[in-house]
Design a binder for this molecule. Structure first.
Ligand code: SF4
Length: 228
């Protein structure tokens, strides 16, 4: 846990707390050592975690940022932790957006800011790369919940070779269903990590023309509030 200065400008300094585990298994995961339980981590009670949240807020953080891995496996503990938090602090739900509708309902009224990844434009890509069946249905539903119950910031990590099957589908869906002015961070920092070598097109970084194409797609979709 630390004061993160590398998040979107409107969020920093962001009191970021990493938890172990994830609901997905992306073969290119940059946080694989915690998302897939290779590190040991440290055990906190919910009361102790509440004190940590308070310390981050008192140190000047604008929010507390629940991330991992993925916060969803710790949903119950997070909900309990905030019963003990004695400062007023916005909660950022920093998630891959792959969780159940039951979780989405529990988050409504708990999360202030939904910082959601939108990774794939098809279930085929999601299953092949991230072992995530029914990804599209979960991800789109949870973005709609985020839009309805909080402030929504969407992260779209552009993957090499996935401009037309993923980036284009995603950005068009966002514009049509969440509004053209929804905050969208189109991310170009993909680099091959962990088991990315198992997926042929993911063995390299993006090339310049792919970055330019992603911006072109965003403009064609009519998005007016995106950053790269
Ligand atoms: S959703 Fe994020 S943390 Fe989880 S495996 Fe994929 S890249 Fe890693």
């Amino acid at each position: 846990m630390f004061e993160h200065m590398g998040e979107e400008p409107e969020l920093v300094p962001s009191g970021t707390i990493f938890t172990m585990g994830c609901t997905m298994r992306c073969l290119h995961c940059q946080n694989w050592s915690i998302s897939q339980w290779y590190e040991e981590g440290e055990t906190y009670t919910t009361e102790r975690l509440a004190r940590a949240v308070e310390r981050l807020r008192k140190a000047g953080c604008r929010n507390v940022n629940l991330v991992g891995g993925e916060p969803t496996p710790w949903r119950q503990q997070w909900l309990e932790t905030f019963k003990y938090v004695d400062v007023n602090v916005p909660v950022v739900w920093n998630s891959n957006s792959y969780y159940s509708e039951e979780t989405a309902k529990l988050l409504a009224g708990f999360a202030d800011i939904y910082l959601l990844d939108f990774k794939y434009g098809s279930n085929r890509c999601a299953e092949r790369i991230s072992d995530a069946p029914h990804y599209w249905e979960a991800c789109t539903r949870n973005h709609l919940y985020g839009k309805k119950y909080g402030e929504l910031i969407i992260r779209v990590l552009v993957l090499p070779g996935h401009l037309e099957c993923c980036t284009k589908i995603i950005l068009n869906w966002i514009a049509e269903n969440l509004g053209r002015d929804v905050r969208t961070n189109i991310m170009f920092q993909y680099r091959p990590e962990w088991r990315a070598h198992e997926i042929p097109e993911l063995q390299r970084r993006l090339i310049r023309s792919e970055m330019e194409r992603a911006v072109e797609i965003a403009e064609e979709a009519g998005l007016t509030n995106f950053i790269t």
